[in-house]
Design a protein around this ligand. Sequence first.
Ligand SMILES: *Cc1c(COP(=O)(O)O)cnc(C)c1O
Length: 432
Amino acid sequence: MGEKYFPLDKAALEKLSQQYPTPFYFYDEKAILENIRRIKSAFSVFPSYKNHFAVKALPNPYMLKILAAEGFGADCSSYPELLLAEIAGMSGENIMFTSNETPANEYKAARKMGAVINLDDFTQIKFLERTAGLPELISLRYNPGPIKEGNAIIGKPEEAKYGLTREQIINGYSLMKDKGVKRFALHTMVASNELSVPYHIETARMLFELAVEIKNKTGVRLEFINLGGGMGIPYKPEQEGINFEKLAKGIEAAYNEIIKPAGLDPVGIRTEWGRVITGPYGWLVTRAVHKKDIYRKYIALDACMADLMRPALYGAYHHITIPGKENTPLSETYDVVGSLCENNDKFAVQRKLPKIDVAADADVNSEEAGDFVIIHDAGAHGRAMGFNYNGKLRCGEFILRKDGSIMQIRRSETVDDYFATLDILRLKDFVV
Ligand SMILES: *Cc1c(COP(=O)(O)O)cnc(C)c1O
């Protein structure tokens, strides 16, 4: 069972927010580094193990630079993500390009950077050949279909748009071999936010068995197997996080049982984890502005689902704490909401919380702001999924460096950013 923490106390937050008003995202570098070292130590049984951080989870080059220094690569799925990885100092085969329905120009960019291209469909072999040319190393994404159970976020593999069927995978490696491709890799991604260690071990086992079948049927020997992303994190305090030791040991046992006797050792093991790397070490920091008592009690924040859409999109749980009220009894039941004109703009529904003070309650002449409201586990798929609907401006990002200093790594958006793509000067000549 995990205690939910936030690295700053109320006084430090008060100080920070005087210079940089809420809302903002806040990340803890030291905790991220400790987490990475736990993962690397658990997976040290596989000498060439590498995680390609899924850039979409936290697309900020400052964070990518930290991860690159730890030996991580990147997993990109678009041209801008490739650029982010590149400016963060990642290059060549440290970058996986796991895209789908990919435009030709993005293949060209990935090829030029020497990234490992991971094809999502059988037809993409010819399309890649025609548009960017076939590189020396290619990976294929496997969709196991009905033989593997999926989970809530990603759905059942047989209903998922991703990957090649088993038959296509076999034919794909044969075709690529005939076309002169020299090096081969295999990838899958069958679940998202999955906390079950046996489930992930089973996925590895399935890929190892497929690697043997590929060798037997096509003569292709895989250089590495990429287990994809999808490691869960304990969003709820009562949940248990992934035990990386157990996971690595289980994968090692399957490797020894399947890969070694088939004479395929060594095969590299790669992952594309995003959420489990930064998720628990990032927070959306907000303040309570309004309250409202109608059929339910509402607390309204200065952030909204444009800052964090997981609750609205998946009904996802994000833990909420109030700095300075950690030990106050949970006497109230609130819906914690944002200011978007959408009724699913709720960070929490019927949540037990301490009594929250809001800015609007303060005396007329007082500058008192409301309580800080910390939304936990927002370090992955948080700021990244933000949007501008309702004219909402996305907030900035801060990092608590390992030396204790705080640095802004992205400013919040301004109205100028919102108007930047409009050609306002020509509006006066636009006759209606
Ligand atoms: C989203 C995604 C990931 C990362 O998933 P996490 O749940 O953040 O680990 C990795 N690979 C692919 C192909 C993805 O689409």
